[in-house]
Structures are given as C-alpha cells and as structure tokens.
Write a protein that binds this ligand. Structure first.
Ligand code: C2O
Ligand code: CU
Ligand code: CU
Length: 488
C-alpha cells in the first residue's frame, strides 16, 4: 500500500471493514464513514418467508408495506410487507384468482407489480400506472391464466421514481406458480427459495441513501442478504437432490453464482423450465432474473455459494466501475448426516412450456443510451430512443396477436438488463454470443455497446404497460418506456 497518510482504504481498515466494503462505500454510497450495522452472527439456518397459498382457486391477501423489519439478524427501520423482508411468499396455481389489498404505510407513494406473470396489465391487474398514496390502499385482482407456466416469479413496487429506493429498503417478495393440480412438477428432496437482495444499513439500522453518482451507476448495497439473512446456512443430506429457486431481487447487482465444490444444474430461467437440465459452473442473473438450480450435495463439508465479481461497465469517462471487488458469499451449504437413500434422479427432459410459433409480423429497433448532457443539473440522461419516461406517451403501439422481433441496441458503456412486463420473449441472438435459452424469459442483459434480438409474441392481453432497464436506478432516472397493445 502506498504511503498516503489517511487513505480512505486505511481509514476503513481501521474500522475493521474489508476492502470490498471500502470500495462499496467510497465509490457507491456517499454516506458518512463509520456507523454501519454489523450483521448478527452469521451461520443461522436458512429461513424462508411465510407462505400464503391459494385454496379453491383463490388467494386473498392483505399486504401492508411498512417500516420495521429484521435484516441480517438485527432490528432495522427498513421496509417490508407484513413485517418481513422479503414479504410473504404468495403461492398460486394456474387459473387462480389472486386478490391483494396493498396497504401503504410508508411515507411515499407505492404500488404493486407481479414481475414475470403473464397476466392482464389493465385496470386492477398488473397495472404499473397505479398510485397508492401514503396511508392509502388499493385492491388488486389478478387472474392467473389457466395455461400459465408453473415457476418462480416475484413481486415488488413499481411506482416510477422510487422503485429502486423501495426495493433497496426491502419491499420484495416471491410469487410462485405451482403446477396445475398443485402437483410437484419436479420431484426433489428439498425445494427452497433464496431471495437475494442487497442494501446498506447504518449503525441504527436505517437504510442509506445513495449519492447521485451511485444512482447513475446503479447502487449496490454493502450487505448481500438471502431471505433477509446474512450468509445463512443451508443444511442438506449428502446425495439428496436440492431445488434452489434463486431470485435476483437486487436493485443493480448482477449475480454470478457459483457453489464451491459443485456444479450447478440449471433447470429453469425466469420461472419457466428449460427443455432439459444444463450443467454450469456459473449462472449469471441480472437484476430481476430468476433461476431454478438442482444441487446434489456431495461428501460432508461446507461449501460457499458465492457471487463472483461481474463487470457491468462504467459511466465512461466519469469513472466509477461498480462490482469489480471480490466475490461475495451469499450462503453456505452444509452437508451433514447420513446420505439420503430416497433420491430422485435428475430428469433428462423438463416440462418446458410450448413456445408459440408463427411468422414475425413486425420488426423494431430500440436504443438504450446514456447521455452526457445536463451535467450541472444532476447528471446524465438515461433514455430509450432518445427520450426519458413519460407515462402519458405511447412509445410502442402493437396490435394484439402480433409476433414481433425487437433489436435492443445499447450505445452506452454499461450493461442494461432489458425487461418487458406481461409479454415474455425469446432471445434469438446477441452481441455477446451467448446461446439463447430457448424458452420465454423476461429479463436479458444487453451488453455495453452491444445488442440483443428478441422475439415477442403478443398473443394475448391487450393493454398498456412498460419495458425498462431493470437496474432500477436507471429505470427511476427515466430509462423506461410504454407499450400499448391494442385489442381488435
Ligand atoms: Cu421487476 Cu418493471 O419490473
Ligand atoms: Cu416486471
Ligand atoms: Cu440500465
């Protein structure tokens, strides 16, 4: 280390914080040094949020968004639904009615989005244009189609301008769609949910506010949590078959997942089954993405589930490269006890939902860009086709039934995860050369100065909704646009 008298790095070192934390503070968050919440002893068993499951075709729940949850084993003033972050796991089946009364007990407007669900965007369904004022409430009625694929989805607020703040503060929850008869679609020994979030808490348990620079980069929290816990332990019998449903609920952080001593068998992306299991050393999840993994613990020992550094670019000449510090441990797999004798095998093929076919009826090109303008006015512009978000403007008009091919071009020096509500898409190709997953997904990373080509069937659900960058700071800064699907 060089001889500067009190470098920020050394000052942090004196406070007992690692270099990774130092990088996070110095560059991403502008909060004063000192006074960070210390996670309670790590190594607690993985706990899952309470499950609220549908009965007789109906799930009727009340979700209260309010401050005061436990995170990392500590009391905080972070936000949750019904007193926890993540909020309760909602479990429905195809054909069910999901009724949610969302009660707003936070001090800013909010609303609800069912991320990844193929449901109506209109009226009181998955409508991102709704505003619930502080003290108010709203009744959502969401009909899950009878042919909706089973899988791992999630819910979070979507009130433009404060989405990143509210997710960073803890307002997330899982939303699982079970198979049609509620049957297990994939026999395993353990089926677990791992909702990954990140946040930064001061010594009093308050959520830190980001600097303008951090918002432009996309804030990454210093604490990476799984189900609100810091580095929990997942205990499993040797030889058992584990299904881990992992949701990247972070505002901006890309997860590059790896499990020490094991290969990961990916069976689903963004909720839905792949055609066949794929073995991987690492699974990359952009914010908003989900994956279901099969893990078969070997031997007996402790293995870290880590997220490796992922370079998602920078603001260009303004500097500030996020997420290039060391790997982050998310959880530990502890294998112990006698080997499982009743072990389902990994199936050779999976019940992937059918991919709608049909000729392409229209092609569009969309450009995600970061402009250097307006520096004196608080930073760069984040645009789609040169414009920032306006909820009253129709940016893309589409006839119901169209099958479109969209090329999403990214002219900026940062990756942007493209996300479209309601209508999932296939990735056909992309500049990074990654093999397309071959199934419908709802978030895809568009590499810095790169592109992806998508095929989107708008075969049902007329109505207006949005697409945006799922680095939610970018979305709040305007990198969002509307789509209007017109019925016949
Ligand atoms: Cu998970 Cu519009 O977002
Ligand atoms: Cu969404
Ligand atoms: Cu972005």
């Amino acid at each position: 280390m060089s001889g500067e008298p009190i470098s920020r790095r050394r000052a942090l070192g004196l406070l007992g914080l690692g270099a990774a934390g130092a990088a996070g503070w110095a560059t991403v968050l502008g909060a004063p040094l000192g006074g960070r919440l210390r996670p309670a002893a790590r190594g607690q068993g993985l706990a899952e949020p309470r499950v609220l499951a549908s009965r007789d075709g109906l799930l009727d729940v009340r979700l209260v968004a309010a401050p005061g949850v436990r995170l990392a084993g500590r009391d905080t003033t972070a936000w949750g639904f019904n007193g926890t972050s993540p909020g309760p796991t909602l479990r429905v089946r195809p054909g069910d009615l999901l009724r949610v009364r969302l009660v707003n007990h936070i001090d800013q407007p909010t609303n609800l989005h069912t991320h990844g669900l193929h449901v109506s965007p209109s009226a009181n369904s998955d409508n991102p244009f709704i505003t619930i004022k502080p003290g108010g409430s709203h009744d959502y009625t969401i009909r899950v189609p009878a042919r909706h694929p089973a899988g791992t989805f999630w819910y979070h607020p979507h009130h433009h301008g404060t989405v990143a703040d509210q997710i960073f503060a803890g307002l997330v929850g899982a939303l699982l769609v079970d198979g049609a008869e509620g049957k297990s679609d994939l026999p395993v020994n353990d089926d677990r949910l791992l909702m990954v979030t990140d946040t930064t808490l001061d010594g009093a348990g308050r959520v830190a506010s980001p600097t303008m620079m951090a918002r432009m980069t996309g804030r990454e929290g210093e604490l990476v949590l799984v189900n609100g816990q810091h580095q929990p332990v997942i205990t499993a019998a040797p030889g058992s078959l584990q299904r881990w449903r992992i949701i990247n609920g972070c505002v901006s952080r890309v997860l590059a997942l790896r499990l020490d001593g094991h290969r990961l068998t990916q069976v689903a992306l963004d909720g839905v089954f792949l055609r066949a299991p794929v073995d991987r050393d690492r699974v990359v999840l952009a914010p908003g993405n989900r994956t279901d993994l099969l893990v078969r613990p070997t031997g007996s020992g402790r293995y870290a589930l880590v997220s490796d550094p992922y370079d998602r670019g920078s603001l260009g000449k303004m500097g500030n490269r996020p997420s290039t510090s060391g790997p982050v441990t998310l959880a530990t797999l502890a294998t112990a006890g006698p080997a499982t004798t009743t072990t389902p095998s990994v199936p050779a093929t999976l019940p992937a939902p059918a991919v709608p076919q049909g000729p392409v009826t229209g092609r569009r090109q969309l450009t995600f860009a970061m402009g250097a303008g307006r520096m004196g006015m608080g930073g760069m512009s984040f645009t789609i086709d040169g414009r920032t978000y306006d909820p009253d403007r129709n940016d893309q008009s589409i006839a119901l039934g169209a099958v479109e091919e969209w090329t999403v071009v990214n002219t900026s020096p940062m990756d942007h995860p493209f996300h479209l509500h309601v209508w999932p898409f296939h990735v056909l190709a992309g500049s990074a050369g990654m093999p397309p997953a071959g199934v419908l997904q709802d978030v895809v990373l568009v590499p810095a100065r790169g592109w992806v080509r998508l095929r989107i069937p708008f075969s049902d659900f007329a109505g207006r909704s949005v697409f945006h960058c799922h680095i939610l700071d970018h979305e709040d800064l305007g990198m969002m646009a509307t789509v209007n699907v017109r019925g016949q």
